[in-house]
Design a protein around this ligand. Sequence first.
Ligand code: ACO
Length: 399
Amino acid sequence: VSSHEWQKHLPGIWFYDPGLMSTAMAESSITYLDGDQGILRYRGYPIEQLAEESTYLEVSYLLLHGELPNKEQYDKWVNDITHHTFIHENVRKRFLEGFHYDAHPMGILVSAVAALSTFYSDAKNIFDPASRDKQIVRLIAKMPTLAAAAYRFSVGMPFVYPDNSLSFPANFLSMMWKIAEPRYEADPRLVRAMDVLFILHADHEQNCSTTAMRVVGSAHADPYSAAAAATAALYGPRHGGANEAVIKMLTEIGSLDNVSDFVKSVKEGHGRLQGFGHRVYKNYDPRAKIVKRTAYEVFEVTGKNPLLDIALKLEEVALSDDYFISRRLYPNVDFYSGIIYQAMGFPVDMFPVLFAIPRISGWLAHWNELLEEDAKIVRPRQCYVGSDVRDYVPMEKRE
Ligand code: ACO
């Protein structure tokens, strides 16, 4: 605690905690994270088991309802989501087509999610559990449609309507890549990889975007407005942009021969090893291990992304170097995810959009939780460091 002037004006005990690094802002039963051990669990289930055995839609049910669904609950959930994948024609025609021709797909997504609140007037009934469930289903179902529409618009391609005979990830890939009638069916290995990546990104406790969701949700805003705020947080390069930075870094390194020199320059303070280190994980990010494995499965279909070899060498060099060992810097989820996305044909602008599609489940689970607990409005205090009281000076007397 500093002995600054502001302390005089604050009654009681106050904590100055920039970045809320030492503040738990909620009690939550959704996600367990142990950064020292490298453990991540959704509702108690290890992420490794979910990524191996489950589907994204089952995981979204788990996050939102607290338990794995039985067969009947699962079928109903999948059916409900599948039947809400279409977006209002005006969202597409008036909104999406109104953006500048080279608009960033994440910018489009932020605006489109916010716009949805004006299409569902029942969204304001946030204390009616049935209404809440309806908005949750709508948002989870429409995210891939909005995301693919944003991409297609940003590259000047026509909108593809959802194909509800397909699974959730296959439908997304169809809306992204379909170029001819009657339908587009992605390779099942890519569909599974997409589903696994969605599972891994579905929640990560009180990260920046989830905190944004909770802050706006605590003011009792409708879920579309709160989700737009969360999406906006994810648009920030510090949060949703690290895998893009990894691709840029690997491209700049360019060849295996340059890896050691690059690591040396990082150690000398010239930039950071992108995709390495994490605020919470001081061990190997468990998601990174799964993403790395998934990369090989994707490359069986797409051919190897040449950046993979550079990434593997970089990891090998860093993990045997005392600088990284002593600081407990390991690959995080972003180290390999961009390499997969790139191999699957996604442009880097779409990377944060791919993050937002599944993260909506986590955001909504936290939103539900805070409403069920009747959480207080988030309203922190500050440490005022500005001028003391002074008299207004008319303009003609100012210097
Ligand atoms: N490369 C090189 N050195 C690093 C790196 C890195 N990637 N990350 C941390 N360090 C060093 C710092 O220079 C510092 O060294 P020092 O003690 O000699 O000054 C030490 O490790 C501690 O670093 P902090 O910045 O205090 O760690 P913090 O927990 O605040 O940072 C962060 C975490 C921001 C993720 C950081 O590791 C980083 O910038 N990584 C690269 C970007 C990245 O991959 N971000 C994605 C995060 S995952 C996600 O958002 C989904």
